[in-house]
Design a protein. Structure first.
Length: 391
Protein backbone atom coordinates (compact mmCIF):
# COMPACT_ATOMS: atom_id res chain seq x y z
CA UNK A 1 0.00 0.00 0.00
CA UNK A 2 1.28 3.47 -0.96
CA UNK A 3 1.02 6.24 1.65
CA UNK A 4 0.46 9.78 0.39
CA UNK A 5 0.04 13.32 1.65
CA UNK A 6 -2.30 15.57 -0.36
CA UNK A 7 -1.35 19.25 -0.23
CA UNK A 8 -4.43 21.23 -1.23
CA UNK A 9 -7.02 18.50 -0.67
CA UNK A 10 -10.06 20.81 -0.86
CA UNK A 11 -9.25 22.30 -4.27
CA UNK A 12 -10.19 20.94 -7.68
CA UNK A 13 -7.18 18.62 -8.07
CA UNK A 14 -7.23 17.68 -4.39
CA UNK A 15 -10.86 16.59 -4.36
CA UNK A 16 -10.37 14.60 -7.57
CA UNK A 17 -7.30 12.97 -6.04
CA UNK A 18 -9.49 11.80 -3.18
CA UNK A 19 -12.00 10.42 -5.72
CA UNK A 20 -9.19 8.26 -7.09
CA UNK A 21 -8.19 7.21 -3.57
CA UNK A 22 -11.83 6.36 -2.79
CA UNK A 23 -11.90 4.03 -5.80
CA UNK A 24 -8.58 2.39 -4.87
CA UNK A 25 -8.75 2.07 -1.08
CA UNK A 26 -6.74 -1.14 -1.16
CA UNK A 27 -3.83 0.61 -2.89
CA UNK A 28 -3.64 4.06 -1.28
CA UNK A 29 -3.54 5.28 2.30
CA UNK A 30 -3.78 8.95 3.28
CA UNK A 31 -1.31 10.27 5.85
CA UNK A 32 -2.02 14.00 5.64
CA UNK A 33 -4.52 16.42 4.14
CA UNK A 34 -3.89 20.15 3.92
CA UNK A 35 -6.10 23.06 2.90
CA UNK A 36 -6.10 26.83 2.82
CA UNK A 37 -9.42 27.97 4.30
CA UNK A 38 -12.14 25.39 3.57
CA UNK A 39 -12.53 24.16 7.12
CA UNK A 40 -15.86 22.34 6.76
CA UNK A 41 -14.83 20.41 3.65
CA UNK A 42 -11.53 19.45 5.24
CA UNK A 43 -13.37 18.17 8.31
CA UNK A 44 -15.58 16.03 6.06
CA UNK A 45 -12.47 14.63 4.31
CA UNK A 46 -10.82 13.88 7.64
CA UNK A 47 -13.83 11.90 8.81
CA UNK A 48 -13.87 9.84 5.60
CA UNK A 49 -10.16 9.24 4.96
CA UNK A 50 -8.86 9.19 8.57
CA UNK A 51 -5.49 10.96 8.05
CA UNK A 52 -2.97 11.18 10.88
CA UNK A 53 -2.33 14.87 10.17
CA UNK A 54 -4.47 17.76 8.93
CA UNK A 55 -3.29 21.29 8.18
CA UNK A 56 -5.00 24.64 7.65
CA UNK A 57 -2.96 27.69 6.71
CA UNK A 58 -4.77 29.99 9.17
CA UNK A 59 -4.08 29.40 12.88
CA UNK A 60 -7.60 30.44 13.98
CA UNK A 61 -9.17 28.06 11.47
CA UNK A 62 -6.85 25.29 12.63
CA UNK A 63 -7.90 25.95 16.23
CA UNK A 64 -11.56 25.58 15.28
CA UNK A 65 -10.79 22.40 13.33
CA UNK A 66 -9.06 20.92 16.39
CA UNK A 67 -12.24 21.46 18.37
CA UNK A 68 -14.40 19.91 15.66
CA UNK A 69 -12.32 16.73 15.28
CA UNK A 70 -11.29 16.19 18.89
CA UNK A 71 -13.13 12.85 18.77
CA UNK A 72 -10.67 11.60 16.11
CA UNK A 73 -6.99 10.57 16.41
CA UNK A 74 -5.76 13.31 14.09
CA UNK A 75 -3.16 16.00 14.74
CA UNK A 76 -4.07 19.47 13.45
CA UNK A 77 -1.31 21.93 12.54
CA UNK A 78 -1.32 25.40 10.98
CA UNK A 79 0.60 27.38 8.40
CA UNK A 80 3.55 26.61 6.17
CA UNK A 81 5.33 24.62 8.85
CA UNK A 82 2.32 22.34 9.06
CA UNK A 83 2.32 21.86 5.29
CA UNK A 84 6.01 21.01 5.34
CA UNK A 85 5.39 18.51 8.15
CA UNK A 86 2.78 16.84 5.94
CA UNK A 87 5.31 16.62 3.12
CA UNK A 88 8.29 15.19 5.00
CA UNK A 89 6.78 12.60 7.35
CA UNK A 90 8.83 9.40 7.35
CA UNK A 91 6.09 6.96 6.28
CA UNK A 92 4.92 9.05 3.31
CA UNK A 93 5.85 7.56 -0.07
CA UNK A 94 4.51 10.30 -2.33
CA UNK A 95 3.42 13.91 -1.92
CA UNK A 96 0.62 15.19 -4.15
CA UNK A 97 1.18 18.93 -4.58
CA UNK A 98 -2.28 20.14 -5.53
CA UNK A 99 -2.04 23.64 -4.08
CA UNK A 100 -2.39 26.62 -6.41
CA UNK A 101 0.42 29.13 -6.84
CA UNK A 102 4.02 29.38 -5.71
CA UNK A 103 3.03 28.47 -2.14
CA UNK A 104 3.77 24.89 -3.24
CA UNK A 105 7.50 25.55 -3.68
CA UNK A 106 8.72 25.22 -0.08
CA UNK A 107 6.91 21.96 0.80
CA UNK A 108 7.93 20.43 -2.54
CA UNK A 109 11.60 21.20 -1.92
CA UNK A 110 11.30 19.93 1.67
CA UNK A 111 9.76 16.68 0.45
CA UNK A 112 12.49 16.15 -2.15
CA UNK A 113 15.19 16.91 0.43
CA UNK A 114 14.09 13.85 2.45
CA UNK A 115 13.66 11.63 -0.60
CA UNK A 116 9.91 11.77 -1.30
CA UNK A 117 8.48 11.22 -4.76
CA UNK A 118 6.25 14.02 -6.02
CA UNK A 119 2.97 13.89 -7.94
CA UNK A 120 3.20 17.42 -9.30
CA UNK A 121 0.00 19.33 -10.00
CA UNK A 122 1.51 22.67 -9.01
CA UNK A 123 3.17 23.98 -12.17
CA UNK A 124 4.16 27.25 -10.49
CA UNK A 125 6.77 25.34 -8.48
CA UNK A 126 8.74 24.49 -11.61
CA UNK A 127 8.12 27.86 -13.21
CA UNK A 128 9.54 29.71 -10.21
CA UNK A 129 12.40 27.36 -9.38
CA UNK A 130 12.63 24.68 -12.04
CA UNK A 131 16.39 24.22 -12.00
CA UNK A 132 16.49 24.14 -8.22
CA UNK A 133 13.68 21.56 -7.99
CA UNK A 134 14.79 19.22 -10.77
CA UNK A 135 18.43 19.25 -9.69
CA UNK A 136 17.40 18.33 -6.15
CA UNK A 137 15.19 15.53 -7.47
CA UNK A 138 18.11 14.06 -9.39
CA UNK A 139 20.46 14.48 -6.44
CA UNK A 140 18.06 12.70 -4.06
CA UNK A 141 16.95 10.04 -6.55
CA UNK A 142 13.32 11.16 -6.46
CA UNK A 143 10.70 10.93 -9.19
CA UNK A 144 8.57 13.89 -10.22
CA UNK A 145 5.47 12.48 -11.88
CA UNK A 146 3.45 15.20 -13.63
CA UNK A 147 -0.27 15.49 -12.93
CA UNK A 148 -1.08 18.25 -15.42
CA UNK A 149 -2.92 16.46 -18.21
CA UNK A 150 -0.51 17.77 -20.85
CA UNK A 151 2.65 16.78 -19.02
CA UNK A 152 1.19 13.45 -17.98
CA UNK A 153 0.49 12.86 -21.66
CA UNK A 154 4.10 13.66 -22.60
CA UNK A 155 5.37 11.45 -19.78
CA UNK A 156 3.19 8.57 -21.00
CA UNK A 157 4.28 9.06 -24.62
CA UNK A 158 7.93 8.91 -23.61
CA UNK A 159 7.30 5.85 -21.47
CA UNK A 160 5.53 4.17 -24.39
CA UNK A 161 8.61 4.82 -26.52
CA UNK A 162 10.88 3.39 -23.81
CA UNK A 163 12.57 6.78 -23.55
CA UNK A 164 13.54 7.93 -20.11
CA UNK A 165 10.95 10.40 -18.83
CA UNK A 166 10.80 12.69 -15.85
CA UNK A 167 13.08 15.06 -14.04
CA UNK A 168 16.68 14.79 -15.11
CA UNK A 169 16.13 13.13 -18.48
CA UNK A 170 17.75 14.67 -21.53
CA UNK A 171 15.46 15.34 -24.47
CA UNK A 172 17.69 15.70 -27.50
CA UNK A 173 15.80 13.24 -29.71
CA UNK A 174 12.24 14.50 -29.58
CA UNK A 175 9.98 17.52 -29.76
CA UNK A 176 7.09 18.22 -27.41
CA UNK A 177 3.74 19.34 -28.82
CA UNK A 178 1.62 20.84 -26.05
CA UNK A 179 -2.07 21.07 -26.88
CA UNK A 180 -4.29 23.89 -25.63
CA UNK A 181 -8.08 24.08 -25.75
CA UNK A 182 -7.97 27.78 -26.57
CA UNK A 183 -10.14 28.54 -23.55
CA UNK A 184 -13.45 30.40 -23.65
CA UNK A 185 -12.21 33.04 -26.11
CA UNK A 186 -10.92 30.87 -28.93
CA UNK A 187 -11.15 32.84 -32.18
CA UNK A 188 -11.59 36.19 -30.43
CA UNK A 189 -9.45 39.07 -31.62
CA UNK A 190 -7.57 41.46 -29.38
CA UNK A 191 -10.20 44.18 -29.75
CA UNK A 192 -13.03 41.86 -28.68
CA UNK A 193 -11.19 40.86 -25.50
CA UNK A 194 -11.36 44.40 -24.13
CA UNK A 195 -14.86 43.75 -22.75
CA UNK A 196 -14.16 40.43 -21.03
CA UNK A 197 -15.50 40.10 -17.47
CA UNK A 198 -14.48 37.60 -14.76
CA UNK A 199 -17.76 35.72 -15.22
CA UNK A 200 -17.05 35.32 -18.93
CA UNK A 201 -13.46 34.19 -18.35
CA UNK A 202 -14.52 31.58 -15.78
CA UNK A 203 -16.66 29.68 -18.32
CA UNK A 204 -14.17 27.17 -19.68
CA UNK A 205 -15.67 25.10 -22.52
CA UNK A 206 -14.11 21.74 -21.58
CA UNK A 207 -12.59 21.65 -18.11
CA UNK A 208 -13.91 22.26 -14.59
CA UNK A 209 -11.02 23.80 -12.66
CA UNK A 210 -10.21 26.28 -9.92
CA UNK A 211 -10.67 30.00 -10.56
CA UNK A 212 -6.98 30.89 -10.91
CA UNK A 213 -6.11 28.23 -13.47
CA UNK A 214 -9.34 28.94 -15.38
CA UNK A 215 -8.41 32.61 -15.78
CA UNK A 216 -4.88 31.57 -16.78
CA UNK A 217 -6.44 29.35 -19.42
CA UNK A 218 -8.51 32.29 -20.71
CA UNK A 219 -5.37 34.45 -21.11
CA UNK A 220 -3.27 31.45 -22.26
CA UNK A 221 -0.78 32.23 -19.48
CA UNK A 222 -1.52 28.70 -18.28
CA UNK A 223 -0.07 27.30 -21.49
CA UNK A 224 2.93 29.58 -21.09
CA UNK A 225 3.51 28.22 -17.59
CA UNK A 226 3.22 24.71 -19.01
CA UNK A 227 5.88 25.47 -21.62
CA UNK A 228 8.32 26.40 -18.85
CA UNK A 229 7.25 23.38 -16.81
CA UNK A 230 7.85 21.07 -19.79
CA UNK A 231 11.31 22.58 -20.31
CA UNK A 232 12.36 21.57 -16.81
CA UNK A 233 10.45 18.28 -16.51
CA UNK A 234 11.75 16.83 -19.74
CA UNK A 235 14.99 18.80 -20.11
CA UNK A 236 14.23 20.09 -23.62
CA UNK A 237 15.13 23.42 -25.18
CA UNK A 238 12.32 25.91 -25.68
CA UNK A 239 12.75 25.55 -29.44
CA UNK A 240 11.74 21.89 -28.98
CA UNK A 241 8.36 22.85 -27.46
CA UNK A 242 5.46 23.72 -29.75
CA UNK A 243 1.94 24.78 -28.75
CA UNK A 244 -1.08 23.82 -30.86
CA UNK A 245 -4.70 24.77 -30.26
CA UNK A 246 -6.91 21.68 -30.03
CA UNK A 247 -10.46 22.76 -29.11
CA UNK A 248 -11.77 19.26 -28.32
CA UNK A 249 -9.24 18.61 -25.48
CA UNK A 250 -9.06 14.93 -26.48
CA UNK A 251 -5.38 14.80 -27.49
CA UNK A 252 -3.72 15.91 -24.28
CA UNK A 253 -0.29 16.33 -25.86
CA UNK A 254 2.08 14.66 -28.30
CA UNK A 255 5.74 13.83 -28.77
CA UNK A 256 7.43 13.96 -32.17
CA UNK A 257 10.48 11.73 -32.40
CA UNK A 258 13.61 12.10 -34.50
CA UNK A 259 12.26 9.86 -37.27
CA UNK A 260 9.20 12.08 -37.72
CA UNK A 261 6.72 9.76 -36.01
CA UNK A 262 4.33 11.29 -33.47
CA UNK A 263 2.91 9.52 -30.43
CA UNK A 264 -0.12 11.10 -28.76
CA UNK A 265 -2.04 10.39 -25.55
CA UNK A 266 -5.82 10.67 -25.85
CA UNK A 267 -8.56 10.69 -23.27
CA UNK A 268 -11.61 12.57 -22.07
CA UNK A 269 -10.96 15.98 -20.47
CA UNK A 270 -10.98 14.49 -16.97
CA UNK A 271 -8.17 15.10 -14.49
CA UNK A 272 -8.79 11.84 -12.64
CA UNK A 273 -6.90 9.88 -15.31
CA UNK A 274 -3.56 11.73 -15.00
CA UNK A 275 -3.97 11.81 -11.20
CA UNK A 276 -4.53 8.07 -11.15
CA UNK A 277 -1.55 7.43 -13.43
CA UNK A 278 0.71 9.49 -11.17
CA UNK A 279 -0.43 7.53 -8.12
CA UNK A 280 -0.20 4.12 -9.80
CA UNK A 281 3.01 4.63 -11.80
CA UNK A 282 4.72 2.51 -13.06
CA UNK A 283 1.57 0.36 -13.03
CA UNK A 284 -1.89 1.10 -14.41
CA UNK A 285 -4.92 0.45 -12.25
CA UNK A 286 -8.01 -1.16 -13.73
CA UNK A 287 -10.27 1.81 -12.95
CA UNK A 288 -11.84 3.96 -15.67
CA UNK A 289 -13.73 7.07 -14.62
CA UNK A 290 -14.61 8.47 -18.04
CA UNK A 291 -14.02 6.32 -21.11
CA UNK A 292 -13.32 7.94 -24.47
CA UNK A 293 -15.14 6.86 -27.62
CA UNK A 294 -13.66 8.22 -30.84
CA UNK A 295 -16.60 7.29 -33.06
CA UNK A 296 -18.05 10.41 -34.63
CA UNK A 297 -15.41 12.72 -33.17
CA UNK A 298 -13.48 15.26 -35.24
CA UNK A 299 -10.11 16.44 -33.97
CA UNK A 300 -8.86 19.88 -35.05
CA UNK A 301 -5.50 21.60 -34.56
CA UNK A 302 -4.42 25.16 -35.31
CA UNK A 303 -1.72 27.66 -34.44
CA UNK A 304 -2.30 29.96 -31.45
CA UNK A 305 -3.08 33.63 -31.99
CA UNK A 306 0.04 35.25 -30.55
CA UNK A 307 -1.34 38.78 -30.88
CA UNK A 308 -4.64 38.17 -29.09
CA UNK A 309 -2.95 36.07 -26.37
CA UNK A 310 0.50 37.64 -25.81
CA UNK A 311 1.02 35.90 -22.44
CA UNK A 312 2.17 32.79 -24.28
CA UNK A 313 4.92 34.73 -26.07
CA UNK A 314 5.93 36.39 -22.80
CA UNK A 315 6.34 32.98 -21.15
CA UNK A 316 8.64 31.78 -23.92
CA UNK A 317 10.73 34.96 -23.58
CA UNK A 318 10.98 34.69 -19.79
CA UNK A 319 11.78 31.00 -19.96
CA UNK A 320 14.58 31.54 -22.46
CA UNK A 321 16.12 34.36 -20.42
CA UNK A 322 15.78 32.25 -17.29
CA UNK A 323 17.11 33.12 -13.85
CA UNK A 324 14.53 34.74 -11.60
CA UNK A 325 12.46 36.10 -14.50
CA UNK A 326 9.98 33.18 -14.68
CA UNK A 327 9.39 33.50 -10.92
CA UNK A 328 8.63 37.20 -11.38
CA UNK A 329 6.26 36.53 -14.26
CA UNK A 330 4.45 33.87 -12.27
CA UNK A 331 4.12 35.96 -9.11
CA UNK A 332 2.98 39.12 -10.87
CA UNK A 333 0.44 37.09 -12.84
CA UNK A 334 -0.95 35.57 -9.62
CA UNK A 335 -1.51 39.02 -8.15
CA UNK A 336 -3.11 40.29 -11.36
CA UNK A 337 -5.44 37.29 -11.70
CA UNK A 338 -6.62 37.82 -8.12
CA UNK A 339 -7.22 41.50 -8.83
CA UNK A 340 -9.13 40.69 -12.02
CA UNK A 341 -11.33 38.17 -10.22
CA UNK A 342 -12.23 40.94 -7.76
CA UNK A 343 -12.87 43.43 -10.60
CA UNK A 344 -9.95 45.66 -9.63
CA UNK A 345 -8.33 45.51 -13.07
CA UNK A 346 -9.49 44.70 -16.60
CA UNK A 347 -8.75 41.49 -18.48
CA UNK A 348 -6.04 43.00 -20.73
CA UNK A 349 -4.31 44.53 -17.69
CA UNK A 350 -3.43 41.05 -16.38
CA UNK A 351 -0.89 40.78 -19.18
CA UNK A 352 0.10 44.45 -19.24
CA UNK A 353 1.02 44.61 -15.54
CA UNK A 354 2.74 41.22 -15.63
CA UNK A 355 4.78 42.30 -18.65
CA UNK A 356 5.78 45.54 -16.90
CA UNK A 357 7.04 43.57 -13.92
CA UNK A 358 9.11 41.34 -16.19
CA UNK A 359 10.47 44.35 -18.10
CA UNK A 360 11.53 46.20 -14.94
CA UNK A 361 12.99 43.20 -13.13
CA UNK A 362 16.75 42.61 -13.25
CA UNK A 363 17.02 38.81 -13.28
CA UNK A 364 19.72 36.95 -11.40
CA UNK A 365 20.56 33.26 -11.24
CA UNK A 366 17.81 31.32 -9.43
CA UNK A 367 20.15 28.89 -7.72
CA UNK A 368 18.79 29.00 -4.16
CA UNK A 369 15.42 29.23 -2.46
CA UNK A 370 16.01 32.62 -0.85
CA UNK A 371 16.78 34.28 -4.18
CA UNK A 372 13.62 32.82 -5.73
CA UNK A 373 11.47 33.91 -2.79
CA UNK A 374 12.91 37.44 -2.93
CA UNK A 375 12.12 37.71 -6.65
CA UNK A 376 8.62 36.38 -5.98
CA UNK A 377 8.05 38.94 -3.22
CA UNK A 378 9.42 41.77 -5.37
CA UNK A 379 7.02 40.93 -8.20
CA UNK A 380 4.02 40.72 -5.89
CA UNK A 381 4.79 44.08 -4.31
CA UNK A 382 5.43 45.62 -7.74
CA UNK A 383 2.13 44.39 -9.18
CA UNK A 384 0.19 45.38 -6.06
CA UNK A 385 1.65 48.87 -6.21
CA UNK A 386 0.53 49.34 -9.81
CA UNK A 387 -2.92 47.98 -9.11
CA UNK A 388 -3.35 50.16 -6.01
CA UNK A 389 -2.24 53.21 -7.97
CA UNK A 390 -5.06 52.67 -10.44
CA UNK A 391 -7.73 53.54 -7.85
Amino acid sequence: MKTISVLGSTGSIGTQTLEVVRAMKEEIQIYALTANTQLSLLEKQIREFKPKLAVLMDENAAKELRARVRDLPVQVLAGMEGMIAAAVYESVDMVVTAVSGSIGLRPTLAALEVGKNIALANKETLVAAGELVTNLAVQKGCSIIPVDSEHSAIFQCLEANSAKAGAGSRGSGFKIILTASGGPFLGWKKEQLASVTPAMALKHPNWTMGAKITIDSATMMNKGLEVIEAHFLFQVDYDQIEVLIHPQSIVHSMVEFCDGSIIAQLGMPDMRLPIQYALSYPERWNVCFNKLSLAGKTLNFEQPDWEAFPALKLAYQCGKRGGTLPAVMNAANEICVHAFLHSRIKYHEIFEITERACRDHKPVKADNLQTVLEADAWAREYAQRIISGKK
